[in-house]
Design a protein around this ligand. Structure first.
Ligand code: NAD
Length: 357
């Protein structure tokens, strides 16, 4: 099969890690008889330097014309003092909304070989865990009405959370379908004891669960969920939650895997086109030194094959190659931490993954 992939390398380590993922995709295409073509576009600080805006129209048009988008990371100290609408990070919100991406899928997996990297006690993580967080991405309090006004105690600021039935049903559908493709277990996280939006959320999720009798469905309050994630992460398989709760819980879930350089993500909309990116930033402290861990971006590329191109066998092959390289003891510097051993460079780790493929 043939697919066109837009590459948004971005800033800092972005170009290094995207080049790694492209090399792995090219090897995968060769092995399985596909053709992937890649077109780079500017985003973030490099786009500001070249075109005066962090998200040029050409980039938006190129992404819209592609089958899917692979993003590295944006931002860095050079652009920190730009006004808000010119900041590299602003381009991320812009491209997500231009592509209509309302779902964020964030796997948080603790690889058995990296168990020691988790900050949790060994008895809690001895068997690893594998959680998929489905976060609503374009609604809720981050997009609601906001402002400043004079209230009962003088100056005050406010933000509003609103969710429509359509938005909840849409994300609920993605979550139940994702659960059906995994272990058929879904936890919906809300704050229905306090928030009206959560009560509507819960009512709709319950109704939808009747359509998925095979899925073991449950609700959990967000404060309890934050606690359960560190007490017993293995109890979770797929989690679905609102934009703000998902923002916070997915960072917590990634932190307990202990390795930010390993975690992938996918943003999806109504079409098969998605945007795939590592969850980490542009790591300016190690940019240009060939030290970055490319695995989060390589696993993001595997998610692209699975969710946008329906190439499950090919995605499995990339994930298995990463598993085997880690099991063989190969580590980039971030995975070694302070432990003994010689770290692999970004390109050496990429070569090991390609060999394993
Ligand atoms: P960061 O994720 O870039 O870095 C945090 C720490 O993790 C650093 O020590 C870094 O060296 C390390 N790290 C991150 N990814 C790594 C990898 N693949 N391999 C090895 N080590 C890795 O977060 P930050 O320092 O808070 O932010 C740096 C810049 O990135 C900022 O400008 C921020 O706004 C931006 N940022 C962008 C995105 C994005 O593009 N999606 C996300 C978060 C932050």
């Amino acid at each position: 099969m043939e697919f066109n992939i837009a590459l948004l390398k971005g800033d800092g380590i972005g170009p290094e890690i995207v080049d790694s993922a492209v090399a792995v995709l090219e090897r995968t295409a060769e092995k399985f008889g596909h053709k992937f073509s890649f077109t780079p576009y500017l985003i973030g600080g490099c786009a500001f330097d070249a075109a005066g805006v962090p998200l040029p129209q050409e980039t938006v048009d190129g992404c819209l014309a592609s089958d899917s988008v692979l993003l590295g990371a944006v931002g860095g100290p050079k652009w920190d003092n730009l006004p808000g609408n010119m900041r590299p990070e602003k381009a991320l919100l812009g491209i997500r909304s231009a592509l209509g991406l309302f779902t964020n899928l964030r796997p948080a997996k603790l690889y058995p070989a990296l168990r020691d990297a988790s900050p949790l006690r060994a008895d809690i993580v001895s068997q690893g865990f594998d959680i998929m967080i489905v976060r609503e991405l374009t609604g809720g309090i981050y997009f609601g009405e906001r402002g400043k006004r004079t209230g009962k105690y003088g100056e005050e600021a406010y933000d509003t959370e609103a969710y429509s039935r359509m938005e909840i049903e849409r994300i609920g559908r993605v979550a139940f379908d994702t659960a059906m493709k995994r272990n058929k277990k879904l936890t919906s996280i809300d704050k229905a004891n306090v928030l009206e939006t959560s009560r509507l959320w819960r009512e709709i999720m319950h109704k939808m669960s009747e359509e998925y009798p095979e899925v073991e469905y449950s609700d959990m309050l967000v404060d309890n969920a934050a606690m359960q994630l560190v007490r017993n992460p293995r109890q979770f398989d797929v989690i679905v939650t609102s934009n703000m709760f998902g923002d916070i819980l997915s960072d917590e879930a990634s932190q307990i895997t202990g390795s930010i350089g390993m975690l992938a993500s996918a943003s999806l909309g109504a079409s098969t086109r998605g945007m795939y990116e590592p969850i980490h930033g542009s790591a300016p402290d190690i940019a240009g030194q060939n030290k970055a861990n490319p695995i989060a971006t390589v696993l993001s590329a595997a998610m692209m094959l699975r969710y946008s191109f329906s190439l499950a066998k090919e995605a499995d092959a990339i994930e298995a190659a990463v598993d085997s390289v880690l099991a063989a003891g190969y580590r980039t510097a971030d995975l070694l931490g302070g432990a003994e051993g010689t770290p692999l460079s970004c390109t050496e780790m990429t070569e090991k993954i390609i060999e394993a493929l």
